[in-house]
Design a protein around this ligand. Structure first.
Ligand code: HEM
Ligand code: HEM
Length: 209
């Protein structure tokens, strides 16, 4: 079915069904808010002792100064972690992850990537993710887990010294934290562009259909 056909006739056709259940939509948008707060405050924390030879512009950071940013970071952390746990636990127990995100075959990723770059990737059935989407979604979920583990390692390096040690020590864990953030920001750029390139996918993530 073409994009035009599914667009206007959504309610009356078989696509009147729910594409994303409420728990996915709610946790998705709560996560979007939480992640913006985590990134904005993280960048401000970074500016207090930059790992690299650049700083983030004050216009895109949250918290004004180091202590303020840390307060934001640790407040939004609860939202991020509790919401993330709800999403991951439900994703596992309902079988959504297995159904929607697996399996990922390298051949399919390459083929879908080629088609996407040529603008030939079909988006007819929004309830099925293509191989590139599967890879990116699974990747960003794992990046979120790495964010939490590395964040805990640099927050409580004494109490959680085993965790910090697994990540190569405090210094190395803070680089892990930084690069996982970079991966998430990279994902977000592509992800948000795609949401507007395929607006009906955005509608489905908001109103389910
Ligand atoms: C949820 C658990 C998290 C905890 C416990 C945590 C904890 C921390 C701590 C303690 C710092 C300060 C490091 C320092 O003093 O140098 C920090 C920095 C930072 N956090 Fe988080 N964080 C978490 C999640 C996140 C998330 C989800 C993001 C963004 C996606 C993020 C982005 C950053 C950035 C950019 C920095 C500054 C750069 C760096 O030091 O690596 N954090 N975080
Ligand atoms: C303003 C920001 C955002 C917009 C406009 C947006 C848009 C969307 C849309 C339209 C979908 C449905 C996708 C599809 O049919 O392929 C989706 C799914 C998804 N998004 Fe976002 N998103 C945003 C922020 C985020 C953030 C911050 C993350 C994580 C770091 C994220 C992770 C995901 C994941 C994992 C899915 C798949 C969910 C599932 O099916 O269980 N999104 N997003």
């Amino acid at each position: 079915m073409t994009a035009e056909a599914t667009g206007a006739a959504t309610v009356s056709t078989s696509t009147g069904r729910t594409i994303h259940p409420a728990w996915v939509r709610i946790t998705h948008w709560v996560n979007a808010v939480a992640i913006v707060m985590m990134i904005g405050s993280g960048w401000q924390i970074y500016n207090a002792s930059p790992l690299f030879a650049f700083e983030f512009s004050k216009t895109i950071t949250l918290g004004d100064w180091l202590a303020g940013a840390l307060l934001w970071h640790f407040a939004a952390m609860w939202l991020f972690v509790v919401n993330g746990l709800v999403y991951v636990v439900l994703g596992l127990v309902t079988g959504r992850f297995r159904r929607k995100l697996l399996p990922i075959r390298p051949g399919a990723v390459v083929a879908d990537m080629r088609a996407a770059l040529k603008g030939q990737l079909a988006h007819d059935d929004l309830s099925i993710y293509n191989a590139v989407q599967k890879l990116l979604y699974l990747g960003v979920i794992l990046a979120g887990v790495v964010m939490v583990l590395s964040g805990l390692a640099i927050w409580k390096p004494v109490q959680l010294q085993e965790l910090t040690a697994v990540l190569g020590g405090y210094e190395s864990a803070s680089y892990v934290h930084f690069f996982a953030m970079t991966a998430i920001v990279g994902f977000l750029v592509i992800h948000i562009v795609m949401a507007f390139v395929v607006p009906k996918s955005l509608r489905a993530m908001i109103i389910a259909r």
